[in-house]
Design a protein around this ligand. Structure first.
Ligand code: G3I
Length: 306
């Protein structure tokens, strides 16, 4: 195999994806790499709530549709990111609370999931709903303050609107099995499965840096989530660093996913280093000129060693 998507596919049909922001759709150097290497696409910002519903009841699908249409025209799957989130809310939503906010959130989930029905491989239905640190609590937010059941309400609305999409809960810093946040998400998913709340997948964002390195127990985390009866997807992978050390960490993440049958795909959060959301640094698989880095070869080694 000579590309990430081809090599990933040889591992029981796994996918390999990346984030695409609208402003790079016309960057042919970038899109050539996306088209060659990847078979799953996530809109980096364009399917967030503020982008899709800038004014209440007035949806703006044009930019997101351009990304989805590019993906579908080129035979790629699409990860939808994200239906419900405390961040990137439009101003009108940030000012809301209580039943009014609950209704607005559910309307958004229903309208967006209906617009894209049948076109989305997986939805990040709810993003980043748990607190950082050792509390294991939900994150305080306007959505959380509408009632602890807001997450399951969002999943039920998404299932009703797009019954065939894989529905994911997506978060960061839930990679280390010994982290309280990881256990809290695990407990929620276990509870959802026990009560028949429609959840199909856990998305591990996987943003790593020196303060938050790839954990030694990553395989355990992935295995434990999968044992609950959900898929695991690595959804926003990037790893600060460079050279051999970065390559080994990328290889380790890929191996951890491949070791679990229900870890069905990996997406990196961008293509070239200089297009990364991280203002400085070199966290991705391609350098600013689009050349493959050691990190790329580390991933490829893992995908082809089986
Ligand atoms: O487009 C405007 C531009 O017009 C304006 O001049 C400029 C001034 O600040 O802002 C531009 O918007 C920025 C946007 O990225 C596009 O570049 C926003 O300010 C900025 O907040 C936004 O950052 C995004 C961030 O999410 C916040 O939503 C990053 O690109 C995106 O990579 C990042 O992605 C998140 C995932 O959604 C969730 N997980 C973590 C991940 C990394 O933070």
């Amino acid at each position: 195999p000579s590309t990430l998507q081809e090599a990933a596919g040889m591992n029981d049909g796994r996918y390999f994806g990346t984030a695409v922001p609208a402003h790079l759709l016309n960057d042919s150097a970038n899109m050539t790499i996306v088209n060659r290497e990847f078979n799953m696409v996530t809109a980096e910002n364009e399917m967030k709530i503020d982008a899709l519903q800038p004014n209440q009841g007035q949806y703006s699908f044009g930019t997101a549709d351009r990304i989805v249409n590019w993906a579908r025209t080129n035979g790629k799957g699409v990860r939808g990111h994200t239906l419900a989130w405390h961040s990137q809310q439009p101003q009108w939503m940030r000012n809301m609370s209580g039943q009014q906010l609950r209704r607005a959130m559910l309307d958004h989930v229903t309208t967006v999931a209906t617009h894209y029905r049948g076109q989305i491989h997986s939805w990040d239905v709810v993003n980043e709903a748990f607190a950082d640190g050792s509390s294991g609590a939900r994150r305080d937010s306007n959505l959380q303050r509408t009632g602890n059941d807001w997450i399951e309400a969002a999943f039920r609305a998404a299932r009703a609107a797009d019954p065939n999409a894989i529905l994911c809960y997506n978060d960061y810093n839930i990679d280390d099995w010994n982290h309280a946040k990881t256990r809290a998400v695990y407990d929620m998913v276990r509870d959802f499965k026990a009560r028949g709340v429609p959840i199909d997948c856990v998305g591990l964002q996987a943003h790593f840096n020196s303060g938050n390195p790839v954990p030694n127990n990553y395989h355990t985390t992935i295995e434990n989530f999968a044992a609950l009866g959900v898929d695991v997807q690595i959804t926003e992978l990037d790893i600060e660093g460079s050279g051999q050390s970065q390559a080994e960490q990328y290889k380790g993440v890929t191996q951890a996913c491949l070791a679990v049958a229900r870890c069905t795909g990996i997406s990196v959060w961008g293509v070239r280093d200089n297009d990364s959301w991280r203002a400085s640094g070199t966290p991705l698989l391609f350098d600013r000129n689009g050349n493959k880095k050691q990190a790329y070869h580390g991933v490829m080694e893992a995908l082809t060693e089986g």
